[in-house]
Write a protein that binds this ligand. Structure first.
Ligand SMILES: Nc1nc2c(c(=O)[nH]1)N[C@H]1C(S)=C(S)[C@@H](COP(=O)(O)OP(=O)(O)OC[C@H]3O[C@@H](n4cnc5c(N)ncnc54)[C@H](O)[C@@H]3O)O[C@H]1N2
Ligand code: MOO
Length: 436
C-alpha cells in the first residue's frame, strides 16, 4: 500500500473468498498471508553514497561494469613461469629475469626457460600461466638474475593464478534489486568502482503507545501505573529494520486524542504501529473510530503470546497508511512485531528478504504445548561440552515478562498442530542475533 489512497483490495475483499476465515480464530499462517496480500511496496528511489547504503534496500540491479579481477594475477608470492617449461619427472631450473609487484607489473618479455619473481596480486606477465609459492622452491628470496629450482611434481599447470573476471565478469549482475545491503555488498560495489547506488527511500513508521496507565521514562510512577516500555522495544526493532521512526509518545484512552493521533500518523507515515487497546476491554471506541477512518480487522490469532491483533489501513486527507495494532503486553508486542509487522514492513520497503531460517535442535526439557495454536516461547540455546546444541525455555512464559526476552537468545517456534514436546525431541528455533 502506498502512502496515498489507491485502489488496493479491501480486507473484506481479500478475506471474502476464504471459506475458513474467522476473525476470532485466525491461524498465524493465514494472518501472514492476508497481510502479505494487502500491502504493496513503496517505490521511491534515491541515490546514496555506498557507505550510506548499508542496510538499505537496493532499488535496481547492479551490473558489473568491469571484470573482477580486471587482469590475470598471482595468488601467491613466488615465481611465475610458463607450465610448458616444467619437466615432467625431474626438477626444473629456470632463470629468474625480473620481479613483478602488485600494482607494478613486469614490463619485459619472458622467454622459454625463464621465470620472474612475483608478488601476490601482481599482474601475470604475458605468456606466463603458473605460479609456484616461494616456500616450495629452493631459491626463494634470491635476487633476480639467479635461478629458481622447481621440484618435480610441486605444482600443476595454471596453479596459483587468479583469472580476469573469475570473481565477476563485466556485464554480469553483481547485486539484485531488493537486496538489503550488507558489509560485503558495500565492498563489492567498491571493488567495481561504483560510488553511488539507487536505494528505496526509508520507510516512515509512526508509532505510539495507548493506555491511561502508561507513564513515560522520567515521569513519576503513579499508583497502578507502569512505565511505557513498548515504545523502546518498538524503537529498537524499527531502527534495526532501517525505518525512519516517528515516535508519537503515549496517547491516553480518549477517542478524540486517539483519532487525532491516527490522523497525524497517517498523514506523515507509510505505516502506523500502536501497542495496547486491541483486546476486548477498551477496544470498542477504538474499533468504532477505526471503522470511520479506515479498513481495519480485529483478529484473535491462534498463537501465544500475541493473541489480539488489529490490522488494516487508516486514511486521512487523501493519505493512507498501513496499520498494525499490536497487543499491549510487552512480550506480545515484540512477538507480534517479529512475526507479522517485520515481514510486512520489509515487503513495503521493497526488500526481497528470505524467510528467517528455522534451525532444529534438541529440547533440553519437556515442554507443555496445546495443539491448535502457534507458540513462540523464549528460549536459551546452549552448547554442551560434547558440542551438541540444545534449547530450553527461559522459564515462565507470561506475556508481560519482558525479562524473559532479555534472557533469551532465540525463539522456540512450536507449530500450530504440535502437542507436548518430550525432552530430547527436536524443536524449531529462530536465533535473535547473527553476524551483522
Ligand atoms: N477478557 C479478555 N481479556 C484479555 C484477552 C482476551 O482475549 N480476553 N486477551 C489478553 C491478551 S492475550 C493480551 S495480549 C492483552 C492485550 O490487550 P491490549 O492490547 O488491549 O493491551 P492493554 O490491555 O492495553 O495492555 C495489556 C497489558 O500490557 C501493559 N502495557 C500496555 N502497553 C504497554 C506499554 N506501552 N509498555 C508497558 N506495558 C504496557 C498493560 O499495562 C497491561 O498490563 O489482553 C489480555 N486480556
Ligand atoms: O497476546 Mo497475549 O498473552 O497473547 O500477551
Amino acid at each position: 500500500m502506498k502512502n496515498n489512497a489507491t485502489s488496493t483490495p479491501s480486507l473484506s475483499e481479500l478475506t471474502g473468498c476464504m471459506s475458513d476465515y474467522d476473525p476470532q480464530a485466525v491461524p498465524v499462517i493465514q494472518a501472514q498471508s492476508i497481510i502479505r496480500d494487502y500491502i504493496t511496496p513503496i517505490d521511491s528511489i534515491e541515490k546514496v553514497a555506498i557507505r550510506s547504503a548499508l542496510d538499505r534496500v537496493l532499488a535496481a540491479d547492479i551490473i558489473s561494469p568491469i571484470n573482477v579481477p580486471a587482469h590475470d594475477n598471482s595468488a601467491m608470492d613466488g615465481f611465475a613461469f610458463n607450465a610448458r617449461d616444467l619437466r615432467p619427472d625431474a626438477d626444473t631450473v629456470l632463470e629468474v629475469i625480473g620481479i613483478a609487484h602488485a600494482g607494478r607489473g613486469y614490463q619485459g618479455a619472458v622467454g622459454p626457460g625463464q621465470a620472474i619473481r612475483i608478488m601476490t596480486g601482481a599482474l601475470m606477465p604475458d605468456g606466463l600461466d603458473t605460479v609456484i609459492p616461494q616456500e616450495f622452491t629452493s631459491t626463494a628470496n634470491q635476487p633476480p638474475g639467479t635461478a629458481v629450482t622447481i621440484p618435480a611434481g610441486a605444482v600443476s599447470a595454471g596453479a596459483n593464478r587468479r583469472l580476469a573476471g573469475e570473481d565477476l565478469q563485466a556485464g554480469a549482475p553483481a547485486l539484485r534489486t531488493g537486496r538489503i545491503l550488507r558489509p560485503a555488498d558495500l565492498g563489492l560495489l567498491a571493488s567495481l568502482g561504483i560510488a553511488e547506488v539507487p536505494v528505496q527511500r526509508r520507510l516512515r513508521v509512526a508509532f505510539f503507545s495507548t493506555g491511561d496507565e502508561l507513564r513515560s521514562v522520567g515521569e513519576a510512577l503513579d499508583p497502578g501505573c507502569v512505565y511505557d516500555s513498548n515504545r523502546y522495544t518498538l524503537y529498537g526493532m524499527l531502527h534495526r529494520l532501517g525505518c525512519d521512526i516517528i515516535d508519537m509518545g503515549v496517547v491516553g484512552d480518549d477517542p478524540l486524542a486517539l483519532e487525532a493521533a491516527f490522523r497525524n500518523a497517517c498523514e506523515n507515515a507509510d505505516a502506523i504501529i500502536t501497542s495496547g487497546g486491541v483486546s476486548v476491554g477498551d477496544a470498542d471506541h477504538t474499533k468504532q473510530m477505526m471503522a470511520q477512518l479506515g479498513d481495519v480487522a480485529f483478529w484473535k490469532i491462534g498463537m501465544r503470546p500475541g493473541r489480539p491483533l488489529a490490522f488494516g489501513s487508516i486514511a486521512s486527507n487523501g493519505k493512507r497508511a498501513v496499520f498494525f495494532g499490536l497487543p499491549g503486553n510487552p512480550v506480545a508486542v515484540m512477538v507480534s512485531f517479529y512475526f507479522f509487522a517485520r515481514d510486512a514492513l520489509l515487503h513495503m520497503m521493497g526488500a526481497q528478504a528470505a524467510a528467517l531460517p528455522l534451525m532444529r535442535v534438541s529440547s533440553a526439557v519437556n515442554i507443555r504445548k496445546k495443539p491448535g495454536r502457534t507458540e513462540y516461547q523464549r528460549g536459551i540455546l546452549t552448547q554442551a561440552d560434547n558440542r551438541q546444541w540444545s534449547v530450553r525455555p527461559t522459564g515462565a512464559q507470561g506475556s508481560g515478562i519482558l525479562r524473559s526476552m532479555v534472557e533469551a537468545n532465540c525463539m522456540i517456534v512450536l507449530a500450530h498442530e504440535q502437542g507436548d514436546v518430550a525432552i530430547g525431541e527436536q524443536v524449531e528455533i529462530i536465533l535473535f542475533d547473527g553476524l551483522v
